[in-house]
Design a protein around this ligand. Structure first.
Ligand SMILES: [Zn+2]
Length: 93
């Protein structure tokens, strides 16, 4: 990871939430929207911010049957959405 924005933003949100709810305990914040990358994502330390894309359409097949199609994809960010630093400067496209 080129920056620590995920950890810093998570900690900032956690601190703010604790201040708003001082009567509570066990505060936890999870910043979703990141995806591990690499050949083995479970072992990857490289994460990039991502946004889910939900696709839907309806069409007719040759017999006139109406078919609906759902698809999900990830829109993976090249730059950190918080600080604008490129995740992998060596990455060439
Ligand atoms: Zn950042």
């Amino acid at each position: 990871m080129a920056c620590n924005c995920r950890d810093e933003v998570t900690e900032s949100l956690l601190s703010a939430w604790k201040l708003k709810t001082p009567f509570a305990s066990g505060h936890l914040i999870t910043l979703d929207g990141y995806i591990p990358l690499g050949k083995n994502p479970k072992l990857s330390t490289l994460e990039k911010a991502q946004m889910m894309i939900y696709k839907y359409c309806v069409f007719s097949d040759k017999s006139g049957n109406i078919i609906s199609r759902h698809k999900k994809n990830h829109l993976i960010f090249t730059y950190c959405p918080f600080c604008g630093v490129k995740y992998d400067p060596d990455e060439s496209k």
